[in-house]
Design a binder for this molecule. Sequence first.
Ligand SMILES: [Zn+2]
Length: 381
Amino acid sequence: MRDLFSGYLNLHNLDRTLVLDILAAWRAGSVGGIPERMIACAPDQVRISPDIWTQNECLTNLVLPAFEAAIKLPDLWNTIGTETEFSTLATECDGLPHTVDRGPDQPVLIALNWEGSPDDVICLAHEVAHAVQIILSDHKQMPPLAREVCAFLGELLVIAHARTAAPDLYPTLCDVWRRENDDYLGSDIDLLAVALADPQAQYHYRQNYPVARLAAIELFNRGSGEWLRQFFASGRDGMRHIPIEKLANRAGDIANYLPAMPRSEPETPAIDAYRSLGAMALIDIDYWEGQSETRIEDYYADLLRHLQDQTAFVALNEQRKPIGYATWSKSALGGGCTLTRQAAPFGDHLALQRALERHLGDMAGMTARHNRSARQEQVAW
Ligand SMILES: [Zn+2]
């Protein structure tokens, strides 16, 4: 049996809501921009690399000096020479380039093909970063998401180093990095969003890439320092170094563009109900938690039932703009309620919670669906 995506989230101590917030922040352009140190590299500067290095020349002239400088490892060349082994991908069965930890008694295996293209330089940087992370972590296995952050950081360190060490190559490397975002922050985000919407979704390795890519950009913008070496050496504790909550909180920077709701009119309750339905649909379109992909008739019937049962609530801010909504089910036994959905696409989770508490008064026994939230203010949920 294959692993479930929910098990993957537990392994990384990741809360679904935070990952959804990170994706919302990315869609709004609050995270994942081109790193400041690479902005000067405009696409029209792209040139083809004038001289093609061998894999070993690229390793010696660019990749290892970049890591040595950033991670402060003076003897990295010797370490890589003795503790890694390179091989090629001979057949299609070998799949994509990869790095394998075969345990402390054997060299780390780096498998890739080399033709000297700028894509190959980025690939070499990525796989060598994996190897450096395995060696510095003393072969204590890092969770996959943290491992990929190291590899993406390695790519960025090498690109930044090329600016002075290989200026002719630098624009093409920037171009490869931007092009690869089409997958890592394109199709891979779709894959991740589908898994986040389905509690029974299967785990797939590519689900690591979007958050890892965004976290690597965030960490790269910090500049180098002792923290970088500590991160690469952190092994099983790798996730402690990933700024998950910081990225998720950027969702709070997203401007709420929804129009203000008119005051309710007691003599026309149906108009109020339609307005609430419309507000919930607009919030779901932004929140992307699967709801915007459900069939419209199922979606409508579900929300209408909640409105009729008075188990739905739209929270407004001071300007009466909708900031989020919640639905719940009443327990058949006793007076308890279970929250079935909370959506706050503009980062207003706390305000939604407070408004909901006021709405429900002192209703006892509220239990949360997402009670594992890593955010302190959501512990009560
Ligand atoms: Zn990788």
